[in-house]
Write a protein that binds this ligand. Structure first.
Ligand code: AMP
Ligand code: MG
Length: 403
């Protein structure tokens, strides 16, 4: 077992365990939002599928309209119309025009369009107050070219990408099965919300903050409830969990007599590492139980969230072959001081303003104060042995989907 790892060493060890191949399922578009593509997607069509008009107006021959102006309008004969989806069947000749509407194919013979605002209809004729131009013609394939790959395996299906898959002509998408992530809370003092809180008790908040984090990372949370600090109870509950891709436990990985998760994993599994030189989350443990990777998260509510974000989220991204990194990093100016720690990388909670390029502390930075994760939107990263003074530039990890 390794111990006292740096954050980077710990992450490497966790990612090494993200080996499995997730199976693939095929979903109709309407069920694929938020899922991760398991195949590259090439367009089945050109879009537009032929030159079409980007505006409402009149399609005609540019040379017929040269010099058209309010003082010297050009008069063309209107020989028909082409609403979107109903192409004009004929051909535009000299001195002729076809009324076209956005998305309609440019009729044969025409090579330019004049916008309707620069025209006046007079029965069978139209007066042009400006020359027609080809600039509002969208050439065939301007948006999508048939056969070209626009979405890749590992791409998250965002609203824009789901639309793009549809625009490319795909009705069903192959996506990775969601990794199943067990969430088990331990602690004699932990009780479920809704129950009466006994003296010295604490409500099980970790299960629900972790549930949110797992969902956000593309996993399927499997709530395994809470067990007391008793090795038999931990083992029994895990036996009922069904197949999992990752197990998260919270609590019971510190130095104490009652730190049951560590004991169970030492006895029945293989502990890969225990303790990382970071704060919060120092007691983090990573193990294998049978084939199952287990992240033993410390019980403090902030520690469990921060360690999942730093290790569990990258693990799931790796399993899902995500093309985007699990989190971004940026620089911001500290509006408040942030305190570092001796020999440890520190992750303080902050309120980041991307617009202002600033970050301020959420206040009380104790790892028991969950409000810092509820109202903070970023982690301020301090290298070992380093404080940040007010006004200094610091490294920041946004906690949501801010790039
Ligand atoms: P532990 O890691 O077991 O030593 O727990 C550290 C602190 O986190 C203790 O104050 C626990 O009461 C608290 N804690 C442990 N599990 C949970 C949980 N599921 N929800 C909220 N707090 C917890
Ligand atoms: Mg405990």
């Amino acid at each position: 077992m390794r111990t006292n790892l740096s954050v980077e060493e710990a992450l490497e060890a966790v990612l090494e365990a993200a080996q499995g191949e997730l199976s693939v399922e095929e979903l109709p578009l309407k069920e694929a939002f938020g899922r991760v593509l398991a195949e590259d997607l090439a367009s089945l069509v050109d879009h537009p599928d032929q030159d079409d008009t980007a505006i409402d107006g009149y399609a005609c021959r540019a040379e017929d309209t040269l010099g058209a102006s309010p003082e010297a309008p050009v008069r063309l004969r209107v020989i028909g119309e082409a609403p979107a989806g109903r192409p004009f069947p004929g051909e535009v000749g000299r001195g002729e025009a076809v009324a076209v509407y956005t998305g309609a194919p440019i009729p044969k013979g025409a090579d330019a369009v004049v916008r309707v605002e620069d025209t006046r209809r007079e029965g069978e004729y139209v007066l042009l107050f400006a020359p027609a131009s080809p600039k509002d013609i969208r050439p065939k394939g301007d948006d999508l070219r048939r056969g070209e790959v626009y979405l890749r395996r590992g791409d998250l299906l965002t609203p824009g990408r789901l639309g793009l898959a549809a625009a490319m002509g795909h009705a069903r998408l192959k996506v990775f099965r969601k990794p199943r992530v067990g969430i088990l809370s331990t602690g004699d003092e932990v009780v479920e919300p809704g129950e009466l809180l006994p003296f010295g008790g604490v409500y099980n908040s970790n299960a629900y903050s972790l549930l949110g984090l797992v969902l956000e990372a593309g996993g399927e949370p499997v709530l395994l409830g809470k067990v007391p600090d008793d090795p038999e109870a931990v083992l029994a509950r895990l036996g009922e969990a069904g197949p999992l891709d990752l197990l998260l436990t919270s609590g019971g990985v510190s130095m104490g007599e009652y730190d049951v998760v560590r004991k169970v994993l030492e006895r029945h599994g293989e502990v890969v590492f225990w303790k990382v030189r970071q704060q919060p989350g120092g007691p983090l443990l990573f193990a294998r139980l049978g084939g199952l990777p287990v992240l033993g998260l410390p019980g403090n509510p902030v520690s469990s969230m921060v360690t999942f974000f730093l290790y569990g989220r990258p693990f799931l991204f790796r399993l899902l072959k995500r093309t985007e990194p699990p989190y971004g990093r940026l620089k911001a100016r500290a509006l408040t001081p942030f305190k570092g720690a001796k020999g440890k990388k520190v992750f303080r909670r902050g309120v980041l303003s991307v617009a202002e390029g600033t970050v301020r502390s959420t206040g009380n930075q104790s790892s028991g104060v969950l409000r810092s994760m509820a109202f903070g939107n970023a982690l301020v990263v301090l290298p070992p042995d380093q404080d940040a003074r007010e006004g200094e530039e610091v490294e920041v990890i946004p906690l949501t989907f801010v790039p």
